[in-house]
Design a protein around this ligand. Structure first.
Ligand code: NAP
Length: 263
């Protein structure tokens, strides 16, 4: 559908779920892809599969919450590919816990990955993109927020707080980049429930019948009648990464099967 040939993309969280599918799709549509993740085994395996399928990908180790790790990863991307056009801030962690049971350490861990990680990604990518010759659509930073960044979700004080922060950091970064003429667009994507290891992990403590019941309950929250698949989100990210979305910045793209449409 959309073309990203000749572009260089960095995908955090590219070892699993939405990030892994996004790395595969961007590579299939012509981008050279750096997969950055703490999961070395799965990240390297995804890069290997992409290369075997005729694409171009490399795995780079990255803990998104570490500034020194970001410096090293960005330097490696620039050395290997000579520039950066697309950043997908996909790495994230979930925490489902009542407020009274959430320790400050729990809260800060979620913030470190979901909020610090996205801030550092924006910071380092924006500079790299300004130094890279961009196409007509400009550089593109895509931050994966959530429906939990738009509406309240029970037992998710840290996760929802972090994802709401991602939503507004996106708009602040988009406005600043445009104001200073950086030729970089910044948008957020807000998935509903997507069938990935993250969601599987949230229900893994239940027995088989309990897991089935939980999935059915989640399904009913999506008016379109199914949970999302990683490709549903990757397709939206591909559009935002491509020059076809060149007039979009500061936007929030909701991909949730109608979940937020019904309140
Ligand atoms: P996932 O399958 O768990 O993949 C997330 C990846 O990020 C994993 O490879 C994980 O490694 C990695 N990661 C975790 N902490 C990291 C860190 N500090 N530095 C670098 N990488 C790290 O999750 P997903 O469902 O695809 O979610 C991707 C994004 O979409 C997240 O930001 C999530 O919040 C968001 N989202 C997901 C859903 C959903 O329903 N799935 C809905 C809305 C939003 P490990 O596996 O080793 O932890």
């Amino acid at each position: 559908m959309y073309d990203v040939s000749g572009k260089v993309a960095l995908v955090t969280g590219g070892a699993s779920g939405i990030g892994a599918e996004t790395a595969r799709l961007l590579a299939a549509k012509g981008a050279a892809v750096a997969i950055a993740d703490i999961n070395a085994e799965a990240g390297a395996a995804n890069a290997k599969d992409i290369n075997a399928a005729g694409g171009e990908a490399v795995y780079l180790p990255l803990d998104v919450s570490s500034e020194s790790a970001w410096e090293a990863t960005m330097a490696a991307v620039l050395e290997k590919f000579g520039g950066l056009h697309i950043l997908v801030n996909g790495a994230g962690i979930e925490l489902v816990r009542k407020i009274a049971d959430t320790s400050l350490a729990d809260f800060q861990k979620v913030m470190a990955v979901n909020l610090d990680g996205v801030f550092l990604g924006i910071k380092y990518a924006m500079t790299a993109m300004r130094d890279t010759k961009q196409g007509p659509g400009g550089g593109s930073i895509i931050n994966i927020s959530s429906v939990a960044g738009i509406q309240g979700h029970m037992r998710q004080i840290a996760y929802a707080g972090s994802k709401g922060g991602v939503r507004l950091m996106t708009k602040a970064a988009a406005a600043e980049a445009a104001q200073y003429g950086y030729d970089v667009r910044v948008n957020s994507v807000h998935p509903g429930t997507i069938e990935t290891p993250m969601v599987q992990g949230m229900i893994a403590h239940r027995d088989e019948a309990g897991q089935k019941a939980a999935i059915e309950k989640i399904r009913q929250m999506h008016p379109i009648g199914r949970l999302g698949q990683p490709i549903d989100i990757a397709n939206a990210i591909l559009f935002l990464a491509s020059d076809a979305s060149g007039f979009m910045t500061g936007s929030e793209v909701v991909v949730d099967g109608g979940m937020t449409a019904t309140g």
